[in-house]
Design a protein around this ligand. Structure first.
Ligand code: SAM
Length: 379
């Protein structure tokens, strides 16, 4: 999982650049994210009807190119499926060529993305009118020319903060804090406020740069894991990772300072935290978009459902830990001292997480909540 690709560092061992408007280098690469993101697909699938209406509504023009852009595409399996779906509605509406743009951080595993886009040397979209490209850059920056994008999407990505608003988080490894069930740590009110302010600035920045890129009337679908009144997508999962890491703190293999500096800079938003920067006056993204639809929802988690059906604990434990390893490994690796033992230590932390979960699966129940909104760029 931590091997280096021919082109340089893989996402999980590349260094996080503090000026990159990103706090991760990406998902675990070499097909690992693609293989372990069925749950994220379920969260996307639930909003495909919203995507259909966006693909039916973006404004058409007489000449040029229609552009669809997906931000935070990772290795591309889900991003390709999203574009396939949007094209189904969009292609019959126009005879113009359509460009699909798949964007993620420069350290993303773009090699796997390109293979997904052109399996067997042909476009995966099976149309001679569809042309695909990839763009490396932070989604919090402008990445496409002014007024060039007709339909923009982002799925399961905008929860990754653009910067770390606090240097240390000594009591836990995630801004939202531990679950009520487990309660294995703490996040202070001041720390919580710093993270929610950062999460808000991120949505404002994202909306501001997308507003520049979109044509008037262009559609923007924003979907991300999050929180509702009674649960957060972080519950269970980060409690487990926290418990696994703490065992290595207790043995002295990870020192207290390293643990205090380490956190996953990911924020679970409630729906009003997503829509606030669209609706509230006085912020820099106010007035840029009309809000067409917004919802929060819960999806079934494939590995949880499977375990309910067959009771196969080993399979459940493996799928659960592979699922969160795919999106936590890069940050965890970066947080540990860069020694020859580091990759081995990371392996052992995830192995420990499997063992802990196997011993007490009921302590770490996992649910997936998400929030989504569809916006129209104002003229
Ligand atoms: C959980 S994956 C989601 C991938 C895909 N959209 C899906 O739903 O399966 C989150 C993606 O967001 C990307 N990401 C995180 N921070 C980012 C940033 N600042 N700019 C662009 N992409 C970012 C990560 O590299 C990763 O590929």
């Amino acid at each position: 999982m931590s091997s280096e690709s021919a082109g340089g560092k893989s996402p999980e061992t590349a260094k996080i650049d503090p000026d990159s408007h990103a706090t991760t280098t990406g998902m675990t690469g070499h097909g690992y994210y693609d293989a372990n993101s069925r749950t994220q697909w379920n969260a996307i699938e639930a909003v495909l009807p919203i995507l259909d209406s966006a693909a039916a509504q973006f404004p058409l023009q007489d000449e040029g190119v229609i552009t669809f852009a997906d931000y935070g595409c990772s290795e591309g399996r889900n991003s390709v499926a999203v574009m396939e779906r949007a094209l189904r509605t969009a292609l019959p509406r126009t005879e113009l060529p359509v460009q699909t743009v798949h964007s993620d951080l420069p350290t993303n595993d773009f090699g796997t993305l390109f293979l997904n886009l052109r399996p067997h040397g042909q476009s995966v979209f099976g149309s001679d009118r569809v042309f695909s490209s990839a763009v490396g850059g932070s989604m919090y920056d402008q990445l496409r020319p002014d007024r060039s994008v007709h339909l923009a999407t982002t799925f399961n990505a905008i929860g990754f903060l653009s910067r770390r608003p606090v240097a240390t988080l000594p009591g836990y490894i995630l801004p939202n804090g531990p679950s009520a069930v487990r309660g294995n740590g703490f996040v202070t009110e001041d720390e919580k406020a710093a993270f929610s302010a950062q999460a808000r600035r991120d949505v404002e920045d994202f909306l501001e740069v997308r507003a520049r890129e979109l044509v008037p009337g262009g559609q923007l679908l924003v979907q991300v894991f999050g929180a509702t009144a009674d649960a957060r997508t972080s519950d269970g999962l980060y409690d487990l990772l926290n418990d696994a890491v703490l065992e290595f703190v207790q043995t002295g293999e990870i020192d207290r300072e390293t643990y205090a500096r380490y956190y996953q800079p990911v924020y679970m938003r409630r729906l009003e935290e997503l829509t606030g920067p669209v609706l509230e006056t006085g912020c820099k993204s106010a007035g840029l978009f009309d809000l067409n639809q917004a919802r929060d929802y819960e999806i079934t988690v494939p590995f949880v459902e499977q375990y309910r059906k067959d009771g196969d604990l080993d399979a459940y434990v493996a799928a659960y830990v592979h699922f969160f390893r795919a999106f936590t490994e890069a940050v965890l690796t970066n947080a540990l001292p860069d020694t020859p033992e580091r990759n081995g230590l990371v392996e052992r932390i995830y192995a420990r997480a499997e063992a802990i979960l196997k011993e007490a699966p009921d302590l770490y129940p996992f649910r997936y909540l998400a929030v989504a909104m569809l916006l129209t760029r104002r003229p």
